[in-house]
Design a protein around this ligand. Structure first.
Ligand code: F6R
Length: 261
């Protein structure tokens, strides 16, 4: 696992994505507040002609159960609002798990099949919850978990209810890519900002690989980078020291720790 601490997570992540754009055929995406400005930067790079989405395929991590695709707070609609409406990704190459289905088990299997048929995800962009969840793999999610229907933790419901006009409309279940679905991606880029994430990040990076902190499963991924601002990295920094430039072997399975400006 590589850890980069930077004052500008958005710029770092967008530059990294644009830098390897040609090698990304299938891009995994997340919703939530963390990647929004990264998507904004990708839109700018699309407008200035640096990148195109025409030949890409995207898979989102998750969707709220029971929300129709056109519900404004569905993750499909959110992605359209934050990214897809501005870029040239063909509709049939934009994948989000279905929020409504006659057969959720079949829908989950089909999502895994679609990812496999696309050749797998080249790079998956992730956020992380304050409890260490990735996608909607809440605390207790096994490393072998696949796309499935899950119940949302009370902390997740509380954190996301603010996006709904009526907070009681906030779903308590979701359909999510599993930990193993994410681990199959050839590269993972986890972004975290703010001190609310510091504890989860410290446990994910420096603690044991455990279902108690689902993001810690990423320690077992051979090509995973955490891009953090100083606040989100505070727990790691207190363990390895603020001046560390190379913390190989110092904490868990961290292979490098880069402190940028
Ligand atoms: C959303 C997702 C979630 C979020 C996490 C953090 O697709 O996968 O795991 O990444 O809840 O959300 P924010 O970025 O809003 O803090």
């Amino acid at each position: 696992m590589h850890v980069v601490v930077t004052s500008d997570v958005d710029a770092y992540a967008a530059d990294l994505l644009v830098g390897k754009w040609d090698s990304i055929r299938v891009l995994g995406l997340a919703t939530g507040s963390t990647p929004v400005n990264v998507y904004g930067r990708l839109i700018q790079r699309y407008y200035d002609g640096t990148i195109s989405f025409r030949s890409k395929r995207t898979f989102n991590l998750d969707e709220y159960l029971g929300l129709a695709p056109n519900h404004p707070q569905s993750y499909r609609a959110t992605m359209v609002r934050e990214l897809m409406q501005y870029v040239d990704l063909p509709d049939d190459r934009f994948h989000v798990p279905p929020g409504i289905s006659d057969d959720y088990d079949a829908a989950c299997t089909a999502y895994e099949d679609d990812i496999r048929a696309a050749g797998g995800v080249d790079l998956w962009v992730l956020g992380v919850g304050v409890d260490g969840h990735i996608a909607f793999n809440e605390v207790g999610s096994a490393g072998a978990s696949r796309t499935r229907v899950v119940g949302l933790a009370a902390s997740t419901v509380a954190a996301n209810a603010k996006y709904f006009d009526d907070p009681d409309e906030m779903p308590t279940q979701a359909i999510t890519a599993g930990v193993a679905t994410i681990m199959d991606a050839r590269e993972v880029l986890l972004l975290a900002k703010g001190d609310a994430k510091a504890n989860a990040i410290a446990k994910a990076v420096c603690g044991d690989e455990t279902a108690d902190t689902p993001a810690s499963w990423l320690q077992g991924h051979g090509n995973c980078t955490f891009v953090l601002d100083r606040a989100a990295a505070a727990g790691i920094i207190s363990l390895v020291g603020a001046d560390a430039t190379e913390a190989s072997g110092a904490t868990g399975r961290v292979h490098s720790l880069e402190m940028l400006g």
